[in-house]
Every structure is written in C-alpha cells, then in structure tokens.
Design a protein around this ligand. Structure first.
Ligand code: FES
Length: 112
C-alpha cells in the first residue's frame, strides 16, 4: 500500500483543501484532501461526470461557502463527508474516496 505524508494538520485550512500527487499501481494519481469542521476526507481528483480534475486553481476544491466540494468545469457539488454528488450533471454519483489518517498531527493519504 502506498501512503504519503501530505502535511501537518494545521497546514490545511478549515474549511480548506489540498491537492496531492499519489503513485498507485505505477500510475501517478491526482488526489485531494478536504478539511471541513475538523473532519478530514480524501478523494481521487476525478469528476464522475467526465473524469476531468475537479479544480482549475491549485488546492481549490471547495465552493465559496466552504460547505461543498465543487467541480470547476460544470459546477457539480459534492458532500465533503462522503463525496456524494448533491447537485449537477452527475447527481447521485460519488467521488472515489481514499483512506486518510492523522498520525502525530501529520495527515497521510494512501491508495485505495
Ligand atoms: S466535469 Fe465535473 S461537473 Fe462536468
């Protein structure tokens, strides 16, 4: 299992998000970590609608309210807690989640 250290917990805002490059099965995978109300979650950076990365700007995955993950291309919105799409062209589908854990204040993400 590939696991990488992302950052210290305080380096992610709340709400906030960070992009992560993971190497899984000899492939480079873009992923991201979100922190909302102290809860950490990680997802593959691929929109269920077309498969493109969700963000246009570095480390920007949340909408203006900081309550939902938003795809920059067509605006689909996802719950941070489970990646479920609540609005947009892929409503009812979900982001692919990745294991994330906190150890001694450091955030780690691993391949599914
Ligand atoms: S590509 Fe994400 S909503 Fe269309």
């Amino acid at each position: 299992m590939t696991e990488i250290r992302v950052c210290h917990i305080d380096e992610i805002g709340d709400p906030g998000s960070l992009e992560v490059e993971l190497s899984c099965d000899d492939e480079e995978n873009s992923a991201f970590v979100v922190k909302v109300r102290g809860q950490l979650h990680a997802y593959v950076n691929s929109c269920p609608h077309t498969g493109v990365p969700l963000n246009w700007l570095p480390d920007q995955f949340l909408d203006y309210s900081g309550e939902l993950i938003q795809c920059a291309l067509h605006g689909a919105q996802f719950r941070p807690g489970d990646g479920y799409c609540v609005w947009g062209p892929c409503q009812g589908q979900s982001l692919k989640s990745l294991p994330v854990r906190l150890l001694r204040q450091q955030v780690y993400v691993s391949c599914a």
